[in-house]
Design a protein around this ligand. Structure first.
Ligand SMILES: NC(=O)c1ccc[n+]([C@@H]2O[C@H](COP(=O)([O-])OP(=O)(O)OC[C@H]3O[C@@H](n4cnc5c(N)ncnc54)[C@H](OP(=O)(O)O)[C@@H]3O)[C@@H](O)[C@H]2O)c1
Length: 323
């Protein structure tokens, strides 16, 4: 079969002929792959930078963690790869699949899944979002951030504040449901002043953070209290696009009713992952099929994988390899 294979971590993946995978037990099934999104998770694992990366293999590894595929009986599903999914055939986990509704394209479903995981798992299980909550999304201009804006609204957020760097994509979030936008491309003083104004007008219940780094430092500092009662804020780290480390003052932590947590592989319970496959993903695929959850994808070909690998994709779009 044709596949995108990584031989050495840090090098470009190659489009090559590779042996078809074989299901190893009753929990695995062999599928025909239709579409796989190129996202940070896949790149991080392929380059060895993601904390869940496998050790490199001299014979090479097929890359790609999840995607849209056809079961042997022709049913179209979203599934999680056991073997790499950027290939014509892959083995997937039999119990971690979601049947796709008719109205969603392969590319949209393939791109949406990871973003739903990056948005809904944090909002629901780490921040316990409730109708009426005020939600700030730091890094809302990316593909996952734009989905998070829409899902926060779907879950009943009263107000969604979107922060980000790309001005066009930031403006787009207003059409996706954001109520207010704040550019991070401004002086620290002005950014801090805008955060303070928001906190004073409508205290923030939830922060979903895709950036970490300096903007996360600024946002956490803006919550600093003065020793009297404060509003409870749940801060959920989901990504770290602008750096893996921050400085956080202990006094800052003690001065405010702050819950600081993360959402990612390893942070969810088995029940939460079951709910992802039985409820969350089916609901979000249906919303997208009904045109109520919007994403933008760019379809590309598997044979071009080496040139696509480091391609920059602006304005919150996602590259999706269709096979
Ligand atoms: N834990 C999970 O379950 C999970 C799931 C999905 C995603 N994630 C993580 O979430 C993060 C975002 O993912 P994504 O899918 O939205 O990626 P994406 O579509 O590539 O978007 C990346 C975003 O990061 C911003 N960005 C990049 N470098 C930046 C910098 N130095 N300073 C400020 N902003 C910067 C971009 O800003 P502009 O567009 O404004 O320029 C864009 O908004 C990644 O770290 C990803 O690994 C985690």
């Amino acid at each position: 079969m044709k596949a995108a294979v990584m031989y050495q971590k840090g090098e470009l993946p190659q489009y090559v002929d590779f042996p078809e995978p074989v299901a190893q037990n009753n929990d695995e099934i062999l599928v025909t792959v239709k579409a796989v999104a190129l996202k940070h998770f896949d790149k991080g694992r392929a380059t060895g930078k993601h904390y869940s990366s496998d050790a490199p293999k001299e014979s090479g590894r097929v890359i790609g963690g999840d995607g849209v595929c056809l079961l042997a009986n022709g049913t179209r599903v979203y599934g999680m790869g056991i073997s790499g999914m950027l290939a014509q055939r892959a083995t997937i986990e039999k119990h971690r699949i979601v049947k796709l509704p008719a109205g969603i394209s392969d590319a949209t479903a393939a791109a949406l899944a990871n973003a739903v995981i990056g948005a809904a798992m944090g909002l629901r299980f780490k921040a316990n979002i409730k109708p009426g909550d005020v939600v700030l999304i730091n890094g809302a201009t990316g593909f996952t951030g734009r989905v998070a804006v829409q899902i926060a609204k779907h879950y009943g957020a009263k107000k969604v504040i979107a922060t980000g760097r790309n001005q066009q994509s930031l403006l787009d979030t207003l059409t996706l449901g954001a109520d207010e936008i704040i550019t991070i491309e401004q002086s620290d003083e002005n950014f801090a002043a805008q955060l303070k104004d928001i906190q004073a007008a409508s205290p923030i219940d939830i922060i979903i953070d895709y950036l970490w780094g300096h903007t996360a430092e600024m946002i956490l500092a803006s919550l600093m209290g003065k020793g009297s009662f404060t509003h409870k804020t749940r801060f959920v780290s989901v990504g770290s696009m602008s750096g893996d480390l921050i400085q956080l003052s202990a006094a800052n932590m003690r001065s405010v009713d702050l819950q600081l947590t993360g959402s990612g592989l390893g942070s969810w319970s088995k029940d939460e992952v079951r709910t992802l496959f039985s409820e969350i993903l089916p609901e979000m695929f249906q919303l997208a099929a009904d045109g109520k959850l919007k994403v933008e994808t760019i379809e590309v070909k598997l044979e071009d994988i080496a040139t696509l690998w480091n391609r920059d994709v602006p304005n919150g779009q996602r590259l999706v390899v269709t096979i």
